[in-house]
Design a protein around this ligand. Structure first.
Ligand code: NAD
Length: 463
């Protein structure tokens, strides 16, 4: 459903009126396309604190410089109008050191181009050093606040690179293990965050592991040779996920219930995908999926989902059961069976779909929110074990207000509130979720595991 308010605020009278009335002023987001594959403007690379970027670990600094060079923007130390700013704050280990964050960003933040990106690189707060932990945790509050105030379609995120304490490193005592190799683990994440593909992602904290990334042989088709299965792919977010994975070179199997077979076949034909009419709650669903991908699955996307809203006091058991069965139980069942049977190949990627309702809760959605919170539990618990036992990562997207049939059915005033109550003052598009799924699916996203990425424009709900 078209966002007429967004169009209106893009006109001169609309701008004038909304400014005078103090109403939200959403900036049109610049999303990825063949014509706009990159952000506008150079990448400004800054350092705060006395850690890696300041030269305490030259291997990591060199690795990070190489990774930033791979983003596709000219990397500079000074710029009038940067398209992106990356602040290496891995060396900030004291409250006083936070002053360096202010000193680095205060003079340049206003010059960021519209639709720009700020990415702060931090490290994991230490359980053994409360000064370091305080300083690194402070970066989270900093980034989440910056995301709320930066405006003009720009975003801010924090990426935590794993760190270890090594007392022989002067000043910070923190060194990034594996040096350049650890920086390489951040490559896919920085490519995603520093591009138009992450247009509707803001205020997020991503914590990377020290897993060694797999190489990408063809950057234009990173998923070439891999089979990807997407559930609920006939329409909405699932169809967009299928389209983006196909764009990235995957052979796509599009699964949806037999009841929407025609829509599914149309979507699959448009994408060159194979349709698989199947109810994901069927007891033998995993067998059918494994049979449809005899060479194994490189990417498994659990996207199918339903709502059956009612307040708990009015909710019959069948509404509860059907939602939990589709949104959570079938995900648990098929994931276990496909992993156990070896149908998800080594280096494989499993991506599930949560929701901000599973984080914030929602009136009338005890069943839906429980199922989506369950997905978060699944991802956090299974991620490390799936990596150790099967060489597979497990992550989730948590969409906010996304313009689909599901949200078009929401009553007008609630829909308008959902659209505006986020830092970007607009709803997201299915492609925004799809781009996040594609980032999880990248071969070199090995260090991205057990993460839940909110694709919600930094919604106020559950923040
Ligand atoms: P949608 O209703 O447009 O599409 C969901 C698809 O899943 C449909 O094609 C449906 O037929 C399919 N499906 C339902 N039950 C199935 C089953 N048993 N087996 C196989 N397929 C089944 O919804 P959407 O808005 O595209 O949402 C996709 C996912 O994103 C869902 O998990 C949803 O909960 C989640 N989500 C959506 C939003 C949003 O704003 N649209 C927000 C948060 C989370």
């Amino acid at each position: 459903m078209a966002d007429r308010y967004l169009h209106f605020t893009g006109t001169a009278p609309g701008r004038f009126l909304t400014r005078r009335l103090g109403l939200p002023q959403p900036a049109p987001l610049r999303r990825w396309s063949l014509d706009t594959p990159r952000l506008e403007g150079p990448l400004l690379h800054l350092t705060a604190g006395s850690g890696a970027g300041a030269g305490a670990d030259t291997e990591t600094s060199a690795g990070l410089a190489e990774v930033l060079a791979g983003v596709g923007l000219p990397v500079v130390g000074r710029a009038d109008r940067p398209g992106a700013i990356v602040l290496d704050a891995t060396g900030v280990t004291t409250a006083a050191g936070l002053g360096d964050v202010h000193a680095a960003l205060h003079p340049v933040v206003r010059s960021l181009a519209p639709g720009g990106r700020v990415v702060v690189l931090g490290t994991v707060p230490s359980p053994d050093d409360h000064h370091q932990a305080a300083a690194q945790q402070a970066l989270e509050g900093f980034v989440r606040s910056l995301g709320k105030e930066i405006g003009r379609g720009s975003t801010a995120q924090l990426v935590r690179i794993p760190g270890v304490r090594v007392p022989d490193v002067p000043a910070s005592g923190i060194r990034l293990p594996g040096g350049g190799a650890t920086a390489q683990g951040a490559a896919s994440t920085l490519r995603f965050l520093l591009s138009p593909r992450s247009a509707y992602v803001s205020g997020q904290v991503i914590e990377l592991t020290d897993a060694t990334p797999e190489p990408v042989t063809d950057p234009a088709a990173p998923l070439a040779g891999r089979t990807a299965l997407v559930t609920g792919a006939a329409r909405g977010i699932g169809a967009a996920v299928a389209a983006v994975l196909a764009r990235d070179g995957a052979r796509v199997i599009a699964l949806d219930v037999p009841g929407v077979r025609e829509e599914l076949e149309r979507t699959a034909a448009r994408l060159g995908a194979t349709p698989l009419p199947l109810d994901i709650t069927a007891p033998d669903a995993a067998d059918h999926i494994a049979a449809a991908a005899p060479d194994g699955l490189g990417v498994l996307v659990h996207n199918a989902g339903i709502t059956r809203d009612r307040r708990l006091a009015n909710m019959p058991a069948d509404r509860w059961t059907s939602v939990v069965d589709v949104n959570l139980d079938s995900v648990l069942r098929t994931t276990d069976e496909l992993l156990k049977g070896g149908a998800v190949t080594r280096g494989g990627r499993i991506v599930a779909t949560a929701s901000i309702a599973g984080i914030a809760g929602n009136n009338g959605q005890t069943n839906y929110a429980a199922s989506k919170a369950g997905i978060i539990g699944l991802v956090r618990s299974l991620g490390p074990r799936a990596a150790a036992d099967h060489g597979v990562t497990v992550n989730a997207v948590a969409p906010g207000f996304i313009e689909t049939k599901m949200t078009a059915a929401v009553p007008f005033f609630i829909r308008e509130a959902g659209r505006r109550m986020n830092s970007l003052s607009q709803g997201g598009l299915p492609v925004d979720v799809a781009e996040a799924v594609a980032w999880f699916a990248q071969p070199d996203s090995t260090a991205v595991n057990g993460q839940v990425l909110r694709v919600c424009g930094q919604s106020l709900l559950g923040a």
